[in-house]
Design a protein around this ligand. Structure first.
Ligand SMILES: Nc1ncnc2c1ncn2[C@@H]1O[C@H](COP(=O)(O)OP(=O)(O)OP(=O)(O)O)[C@@H](O)[C@H]1O
Length: 259
């Protein structure tokens, strides 16, 4: 994998943040303002290697803005982002991808005229040597239950299969940290359970950490090691799914339950 020279633009974060080596991502006082609106309000968030973290919160809480700051799509107004022990706050998006941060966006990004194999080749070309394309293509498609569709056009896939292919493409970049924005939106209960299974398998087998934005609490319950609740740009609370969902304020405000 092509990785930039860490001595040129980045600084080891371990001394600055005091975090141990198992922290893959740490934000410090991360802030994003749009005019007078604070979309990310001094967020300190830490994610461990191989952890599956879900971000929940009401519409407009700042979930997508936070992920866009991590990918470099947005520049923070203030604060720092440490990834894999380096300060990546000023790095352009493509360098973050090369270091192992990949994202599956909510909007579809498949090349419809391409086959499943050709779509997957796009990220693989960037991340792995050509002599392992075929083996890695098959391995990923097997993991994502798409091997029998390998030579089918992307347009022939069901919505659930397309979502799986998009996550497989994000995995094709060989990430250490994968960001997913509502990966099961519009999927059936069965399709949702299948994605949950796949993410847990990848987490266990490949050691990838995830940050997943999700409104579907049943899905969060299936996959999350820990849950962070955002509200008005800031962290409202964090904990296990049981801790978060048993918090009366979270229940009332975020899950729409009064009991
Ligand atoms: N490019 C932008 N310019 C101005 N305001 C923005 C921009 N992007 C987001 N915002 C505002 O920042 C706040 C946080 O938005 P964000 O999309 O991050 O929330 P969210 O939690 O992801 O919401 P949803 O669940 O609806 O996707 C909102 O008030 C939104 O209107």
């Amino acid at each position: 994998m092509a990785v930039g020279d860490p001595t040129v633009r980045t600084t080891p974060a371990v001394n600055e943040t005091g975090e141990g080596t198992s922290t893959i991502l740490q934000t410090r006082d991360l802030r994003k303002e749009f005019g007078g609106l604070t979309a990310t309000d001094d967020v300190d968030l830490a994610v461990e290697e191989s952890e599956l973290r879900c971000l929940i919160g009401p519409n407009g809480a700042g979930k997508s803005t936070f992920l866009n700051l991590i990918t470099g799509r947005l520049e923070p107004t203030a604060g720092s982002i440490y990834y894999d022990r380096f300060d990546i706050t000023g790095l352009p998006s493509h360098e973050r991808v090369d270091r192992g941060i990949s994202m599956k966006f909510q909007v579809p990004s498949l090349y419809e005229e391409f086959t499943v194999r050709q779509n997957l080749r796009i990220p693989l070309q960037r991340a792995v040597e050509s002599d392992v394309f075929e083996a890695r293509t098959r391995e990923l498609l097997d993991q994502f239950d798409l091997l029998t569709e390998i030579d089918e056009p992307a347009t022939s896939l069901s919505h659930g299969q397309q979502q799986r292919l998009e996550i497989a493409m994000a995995m094709g970049l060989e990430p250490k940290l994968m960001l997913l924005d509502e990966p099961v939106a519009g999927l059936s209960v069965e399709e949702t359970a299948e994605i949950a299974d796949i993410l847990q398998t990848i987490q266990a087998k490949e050691g990838v950490a995830f940050i997943v934005i999700e409104h579907d609490i049943d899905f969060v319950e299936m996959i999350a090691d820990r849950v962070t609740v955002l509200d008005q740009g800031g962290i409202f609370t964090e904990g296990t799914i049981e801790e978060v969902t048993s918090n009366p304020d979270v229940k009332r405000i975020y899950l729409g339950e009064d009991d």
